[in-house]
Design a protein around this ligand. Structure first.
Ligand code: GDP
Ligand code: IMO
Ligand code: MG
Length: 434
């Protein structure tokens, strides 16, 4: 079955949007399956530079159908803005289908995201503040409002009535915040429903029809597997399932695990993380600044796509990557931002951790242990040669080839695609994904 999942292998921002934009060329349908507008995917192609939060990165190909699946939490205002901005730049969005089963981010979710973070004090997660966590919490608590509910005032009123009184009690009595007014919220969301109506449809059946015709379907992940609610660095994680386990990708668009043929994990050639939480290979010296500010003059440094926050920087963590390869069942790796390492005299990879005097090669589950591990590094020579123009593996400098082969060995997965720049064509296809 030709369904391919693209999933972030680290803590997000690995370049998933950029990889999906490249792979979408061969797909007929591109679907987002998880998260919400906490995601920020940068795409640079012949149409310009774009930052997408909800719309899948296949939107730049007019003939492709793009889907937002039931697993996504949608702020309707953000989605409408994104659609308007794309249309204003000449990108046709008429083939976008939004699941009526997707959750809607409501005003109380955004209020609660801010209030909960404030209450956490020094243990704040460092969320993106978009209301995504409280929205998924409501989904699980069976209090959520779905995109389909926005289509009829009476349905929406019933759902809002059931939840708003409870949420206002939490906002005012637990957090001393300002209550949300029913009428104000109703008018805005009924209007969002009216404007979204042409896009709302049955995502699952679009995928099944494409499958029956033997067409390729690409599922675009958001965030990274180490932010996964189950497998990530809990509690410093997001509130959805970025990983490709059957409870993630398949569930998020309504297909089963046996429908998925390949899972491609996107990894940076080093690591970044935004927000708080354990990060064993984090760097605090000038190497962090060098890597963060690479391309900064063109607005392409390591600063959050959604929040603009500086990203924390570290060396590639092969222990974490190996773990991510396993629980995602990855068939291939797309290694991005290789060019960012071009000028370095040497490059480190973390091959194991030291924990309380012992060497371990697996990722502990507990935060207190993850905060204590010390990385064990292997140092490889750099290549100090530009790679942006390279399009064949054999044309890479020998030290870069050695680095990639060592990454494959350490993480236990072949690198089938290498990205050497942010633009669509700046890539080396080692083995075609489709
Ligand atoms: P995503 O959330 O995984 O889609 O990643 P982001 O868009 O948040 O962050 C990745 C950043 O790296 C973006 O600014 C991309 O344009 C950029 N990028 C992706 N691949 C490459 C690459 O191979 N080289 C360089 N220099 N930049 C890249
Ligand atoms: P893309 O798809 C990087 C992080 C936040 C925070 C944690 C919880 O662009 O890779 P949330 O707002 O989800 O409740 O925040 O998750 N986070 C991301 N970090 N890239 C993302 O998405 C992220 N989405 C959420 O910074 O640490
Ligand atoms: Mg991002």
């Amino acid at each position: 079955m030709p369904i391919v999942v693209v999933v972030g292998g680290q803590w997000g921002d690995e370049g998933k949007g950029r990889i999906v934009d490249l792979l979408a060329r061969k797909a007929r349908v591109v679907a987002r399956y998880s998260a919400g507008n906490n995601a920020g995917h940068t795409i640079i192609n012949e149409k310009g530079e774009f930052k997408l939060h909800l719309v899948p990165a296949g939107i730049f190909y007019p003939e492709k159908t793009c889907l937002i699946g039931n697993g996504v939490a949608i702020d309707p205002e953000v989605l409408l803005q994104e659609i308007d901005q794309l249309e204003a730049r000449g990108i046709d969005t008429s083939k976008l289908v939004v699941s009526d089963r997707a959750q809607a981010i409501m005003p109380w979710h955004k209020a609660l995201d801010a209030l909960e973070e404030q209450a956490r004090g020094a243990s704040a997660i460092g969320t993106t503040g978009k209301g995504v966590g409280p929205c998924f919490a409501d989904k699980v608590a069976r209090r959520g409002i779905r995109i389909g509910d926005l289509l009829r005032r009476e349905d929406l009123a019933e759902r809002v009535n059931q939840t708003l009184e409870y949420q206002n009690r939490v906002i005012t009595r637990v957090y001393d915040g300002e209550p949300i007014r029913f009428e104000e919220c109703m008018d805005r969301y009924v209007d969002f429903g009216r404007r979204l109506k042409p896009y709302i449809g049955d995502v699952q059946s679009v995928i099944l029809q494409a499958e029956r015709r033997g067409e390729h379907v690409l599922l675009e992940g958001a965030q990274g597997s180490l932010l996964d609610l189950d497998h990530g660095t809990y509690p410093y994680v997001t509130s959805s399932v970025p990983s490709s386990s059957s409870s993630g990708a398949g569930l998020g668009v309504g297909v089963g695990p046996t429908d998925i043929s390949r899972v491609v994990g996107v990894f940076k050639s080093y690591c970044t993380r935004v927000g708080n939480g354990p990060f064993p290979t984090e760097l605090f010296d000038e190497m962090a600044t060098t890597l963060r500010d690479h391309g900064k003059e063109d607005g392409r440094g390591e600063y959050g796509t959604t929040t603009g926050r500086p990203r924390r920087i570290g060396w590639l963590d092969a222990v974490a990557a190996r773990y991510s390869v396993r629980f995602n069942g990855l068939s291939a790796v797309a290694l991005t931002r290789l060019d960012v390492l071009d000028e370095l005299p040497s490059i480190k990879i973390c091959t194991a951790y030291q924990l309380d005097g012992k060497t371990i090669d697996t990722m502990p589950a507990r935060e207190s242990m993850l905060n204590r591990v010390r990385p064990v590094y292997e140092e490889l020579p750099g290549w100090q040669t530009p790679t942006k123009h390279v399009r064949n593996f054999d044309d890479l400098p020998p030290q870069a080839q050695t680095f990639i082969r060592r990454v494959e060995e350490l993480i236990g997965c072949p690198v089938d695609l290498i990205s050497v720049g942010p633009e669509r064509e700046q890539a080396i296809i080692v083995n075609p994904i489709f």
